[in-house]
Design a protein around this ligand. Structure first.
Ligand code: FES
Ligand code: FES
Length: 556
């Protein structure tokens, strides 16, 4: 759909603080400055980003109100701005992360960086804003209060523990001292190795300034969103584009998720069938492009655990920019990501005591060598089924499932071993090694990452990988209909573990630290999944629906 004349008239100038259009009818105060905006049904988030140049408030799920990325303070109270009609806050005072007391902001940025409490950084401004409000309201807040506050947020990268540690450090310690002497270039190198695309580490990332495509598009860019019919609705603002697309926001279904593949017949000691799961990266796909230009990457500060590799947004932004002769920002909503984003290929497999068996996968290319290295006795079968797109680039696709089956029976493998209940996995692609032991309320992780580069980032990535694996085995799933449509479209329906659900994770770095540096988080992910599954007695379907056992476990 082409932009209307009204949309074009409303297009901004190069000033990121877009002038209020004629007829602006609502006034509010944003970060100490007056703002006039149209009374057109926009949300507070839309006007903050469109007319006030705010970039600290992010759009991770609008208008679902479930990820917390857009959290701001309204008269000092934390609010998710994507479900707050701007009409409701007329005359009131809105404070974003950027409008907080600079000393508080810098203290928080240093604390988050010192603890590894931010990786991609897209969730961090909203989390910090909410926790600042918590501290203001309740100076004696406890970690249980923090866990409750974090229930309004989604962080896919960190596994929460380091976020809580950052809250403790900014409150009780000296974050600047904690950060002093840290080699942030080495930290950046480790983060980039772990996520597979460039990722900066530093206070600016903790403040949400990591260069996300949705934040860096020129102020005069048109905005394009999927129109629900295979095309794009294009308009002068996000609000206008979404109105033009006319989509009704989807919800979660009441239908339970189930594995799409059947376990092959055989005399198996262990079987495993997995469901569709959402990668649940928080920065939804976005790219912008000038006519004839090079599109911005949708993975500006992190790789979405492989799920953005092959994103269609850059090509769309380029084509639309060429078509309209203007810069265009192409945007996916949370619902678009759930429907169209790359998923982990579901599996169904069985394994015998000698390690021979069959592993069926929803058809995907590029996993054969890694699966063969981990589980040489497993025969691979690819099966076409209706469903969202799958990718072998998603974290440890196929081989983590193979490792779990091998660990379940203790079959011989160069990459997997079990000793006294602890599972050791060597990443067949990147070479990192991890040993994971599950005990009551604790996950113990030992990693050999080669040259460490930065121990804080290694630890942060290990805890994040534990969180993702634990959720995958126990709680995460997507319902997909028989004709392949994703029916769970909201953040809360993905089953990502909350901060309050996370066990304590202990990370120990072992080995001689000699170069080269080796990615280790995928090995932690696979070893955690295998160890948790064993600790639960290897139930045949993931998610298993139960968290860690309540008593110490020796599943060996
Ligand atoms: S963007 Fe508002 S809660 Fe997710
Ligand atoms: S750091 Fe929280 S989602 Fe990436």
């Amino acid at each position: 759909m082409a932009p209307t004349k009204d949309d074009m008239d409303a297009a901004p100038t190069d000033d990121p603080n877009r002038p209020a259009p004629d007829g602006a009818a609502l006034e509010l105060t944003v970060d100490g400055r007056p703002l006039r905006v149209p009374d057109d049904g926009s949300t507070l988030l839309e006007v903050l980003r469109t007319y006030a140049g705010v970039r600290a408030a992010k759009d991770g799920c609008a208008p679902q109100g479930q990820c917390g990325c857009c959290t701001v303070l309204v008269d000092g109270q934390a609010r998710v701005s994507c479900v707050t009609p701007v009409r409701r806050v007329a005359g009131r005072t809105v404070t974003t992360l950027d409008g907080l007391d600079p000393e508080v902001r810098h203290r928080w940025a240093a604390a988050v960086t010192a603890c590894g409490g931010s990786q991609c950084g897209v969730c961090t401004p909203g989390i910090v804003t909410r926790l600042v409000a918590l501290d203001d309201k309740k100076p004696q807040a406890t970690t249980a209060d923090v866990d409750r506050a974090l229930a309004a947020h989604l962080c896919r990268c960190t596994g929460w523990q380091t976020v809580v540690e950052a809250w403790e450090l900014q409150r009780d310690g000296d974050p600047l001292v904690a950060l002093a002497g840290r080699d942030l270039a080495a930290a950046t190198a480790r983060a980039t190795l772990e996520c597979g695309v460039p990722q900066d580490v530093g206070p600016e990332v903790s403040l949400g300034r990591a260069g996300f495509a949705a934040d860096t598009a020129p102020a005069d860019a048109l905005v394009a969103v999927p129109d629900g019919q295979g095309g794009w609705a294009v308009a002068g603002t996000v609000h206008a584009a979404r109105q033009a697309a006319g989509k009704v926001q989807g919800r979660r279904t009441t239908e339970p998720a189930s594995p799409p593949l059947q376990v092959p017949d055989g005399d198996w000691v262990a079987t495993l069938a997995t469901c569709w799961v959402e990668a649940a990266y928080v920065e939804t796909d976005a790219s912008w492009c000038e006519p004839g230009g090079q599109p911005a990457s949708p993975a500006a500060n992190g790789g979405a655990f492989g799920a953005k590799r092959g994103s269609v947004l850059p090509a769309a932004a380029r084509a639309l920019a060429d078509e309209h002769g203007r810069p265009v920002l192409a945007l996916w909503s949370r619902e678009d990501v759930a429907r169209q984003g790359f998923k982990r290929p579901p599996v169904a497999g069985g394994i015998g005591a000698d390690g021979t068996g069959v592993l069926r996968l929803v058809a995907v290319e590029g996993v054969e060598a890694a699966v063969a290295a981990v589980a040489p006795g497993l025969q691979l079968e690819m099966v076409e089924v209706p469903g969202p797109p799958v990718s072998s680039a998603v974290r440890a696709a196929g081989w983590a499932e193979a490792a779990a089956l091998v660990a379940a029976v203790g079959a011989p493998s160069d990459c997997v071993s079990v000793d006294d209940g602890a599972v050791t996995v060597v990443d067949p692609v990147h070479g990192g090694r991890a040993t994971v032991r599950v005990a009551a309320g604790t996950v113990q992780v030992e990693v050999d990452a080669g040259e460490v580069l930065d121990a804080v980032v290694v630890r942060s990535y290990c805890i994040g990988a534990v969180h993702m694996a634990l959720g995958w085995v126990t709680s995460e799933s997507l319902t997909v209909t028989a004709d392949g449509e994703v029916a769970d479209l909201t953040v809360r329906s993905f089953g990502v573990l909350r901060a309050a659900d996370m066990p304590h994770v202990e990370v120990h770095v072992v080995g001689d630290g000699a170069p080269p540096a080796r990615r280790v988080s995928d090995a932690v992910f696979a070893a955690t999944a295998a160890a948790v599954w064993r600790a639960q007695g290897c139930p045949p379907v993931w998610p298993t629906g139960t968290l860690l056992p309540a008593s110490p476990v020796d599943a060996g």
